[in-house]
Unconditional design. Structure first.
Length: 259
């Protein structure tokens, strides 16, 4: 479904420019990783080809046998490390390629207690750092700070960290429609709207506010996804209520936090 652009006001232009800047940074990271992947692939091929040429083989004496085993082990570990690195780079490239199409889908502006400046937190499928790796351009949806996006409407909010609970206030909650690296729509809301058709309709309305909606299932799903207290978790619900979706997202969340 094609989404009609919202009016070209100043805020829209700022958001549009930010999407373009994040996509540009993602593209830069992709180019770096592609070059690194190529080098790692060449290393793996050369190591496999020359494996035995680089190993000292001598089995005449016991000391020579030990030296030979150590040499083979060292070469095998080096090859294994190169192969792992190649796999990790490939995985990172896959994630960045997805993010280039849709870098983030949500935002909250959070003012932490005892702080003077609120912080815009953009949320997507995975984290993206700036060029200097000093700050987050996008937070992974599984990160603790991102839980507020699912748990709270604008107003008082908090999230748990290793160092304790952080509280403050959400001053803005916004959702985006980004396709092929371009912003197609956005809307401010009090809740998390997951329905694509509803997102598209709301994305056409520049000033749409949804602070009067009574309830959605997204918050309940999020409690299931992030539950770390129960060793065994049983989820009941009628057909189509989102049980499978919540279970898969819970797996992703647990793998992220307990790697």
């Amino acid at each position: 479904m094609e989404v009609e652009l919202v009016p070209e006001d100043k805020e829209w232009q700022q958001e549009k420019q930010r999407v373009a800047a994040v996509v540009e940074e993602i593209t830069r990271k992709i180019n770096i990783l592609q070059s690194k992947k190529k080098g790692l692939k060449e290393d793996v091929i050369d190591l496999r080809k020359d494996f035995w040429e680089d190993v000292t083989v001598n089995i005449e004496e016991m000391d020579d046998k030990i030296e030979t085993e150590a040499s083979i082990k060292q070469q095998a570990e080096f090859l294994s490390e190169r192969e792992r690195s190649h796999g990790q780079v490939s995985e990172s490239l896959d994630i960045l390629s997805r993010l280039k199409n849709n870098p983030y889908f949500g935002r909250i502006d959070f003012l932490e207690d005892h702080q003077e400046t609120e912080k815009p937190i953009y949320i997507g499928l995975a984290s993206v750092m700036d060029e200097e790796d000093d700050d987050f351009l996008v937070y992974d949806w599984r990160a603790p700070i991102a839980s507020m996006y699912y748990d709270f409407p604008p107003g008082p909010a908090n999230y748990d960290t290793i160092e304790g609970n952080i509280s403050g206030e959400i001053n803005l909650k916004r959702q985006y429609l980004i396709r092929q690296g371009e912003m197609k729509g956005m809307f401010d809301t009090g809740l998390t709207i997951g329905d694509h058709l509803l997102q598209a309709v709301l994305g056409n309305q520049a000033n749409t506010k949804m602070k009067s909606i009574v309830s959605t299932i997204q918050r309940e799903q999020n409690q299931i996804i992030r539950n770390e207290k129960a060793k065994v978790l049983i989820v009941q619900g009628v057909a189509g209520s989102g049980k499978t979706s919540a279970a898969l997202q819970r797996v992703a969340y647990l793998l992220y936090h307990y790697r």
